[in-house]
Design a binder for this molecule. Sequence first.
Ligand code: SF4
Length: 358
Amino acid sequence: MPNSTQSLLADLIEKGLRREPPDRDELLAVLATGDEQMMEVVAAAYRLRHHYFGRRVKLNYLVNLKSGLCPEDCNYCSQRLGSQSQILKYSWLSSQTAAAAAAAGVRSGAKRVCLVASGRGPSDRDISRVADVITAIKQESPDVEICACLGLLAEGQAARLRSAGVDAYNHNLNTADDRYRSICTTHTYADRVRTVEKAQNSGMSACSGLIAGMGETDADLVDVVLGLRELDPDSVPVNFLMPFEGTPLAGTWQLTPQRCLRILAMVRFAFPDSEVRLAGGREIHLRSQQPLALYVANSIFLGDYLTSEGQPGQGDLDMIADAGFEVEGVEQETLPGHRRTELRLRHRGAGTDRAANA
Ligand code: SF4
């Protein structure tokens, strides 16, 4: 390994341990490392992953509450306006059906359920629907974390979701501001930033990440990561494009397993103490190298994605065990102490149907 790469990685580890942000050139240099330096890059990212998250892997489970038929035109999305993808299309699941889907994920070890609905953003009625789904889920799994992903939020909706028991809100920045229009014309990067800020201001934990493999340059990837850093999300999903037939990005296969690992490592150096989630596209792009990604990311989705099938849940659990990692339990905190708020909103005792803490 050239001395320059050695010292780059040593500096990134030192900065990560001090929670000091890497600079743009350092992140670009990680993406420019060669395949022959792969293991050193992964090992350096692992130093930070292990320091803040040990050998734990957090499992998240997606429930697609409403699938397809979206009026927005995100090029990467199988649910977009005019999509010819042969995906499932349905309107809102009943609370009972959604809760049953969530329970399957929780039984397999998921500690967070991500409730997702296609669309530009929720109506007030949709927020009530999500509240009903949360009530139904919590009857069976009172301790499960709830993340909502419902699109752009209007004024007041974040607070309503928070009151309904939503712990986190997902809204990805996806790609760099400068090229946002090349992947979507119906909303802007700034719209997305505003929604993440609304979620944070309401007290929800922000989950916001990116999609790689859409024709972007290294500079674009670093730009979106630096944009995400300004928002300081608690979790950062890293998606690798799933080029669905029937969407404008069909046939876009630009990623190698090594490229995916470099991107993940770059994100870890930028977010040493945030949850870095290996998200959509891991099976098709990392393929046999998926276990290596666990040395960088501390979180994955279990089972299926919104409109495509993931590898069998048991396969994920076996992969985690075989690689010597462990599934994070509900009693374990995901984030290191310095990132957690000491103020916890009460959701038990008086005014609830849960036992008091006494
Ligand atoms: S990403 Fe969301 S907003 Fe964009 S087309 Fe897909 S479902 Fe609609």
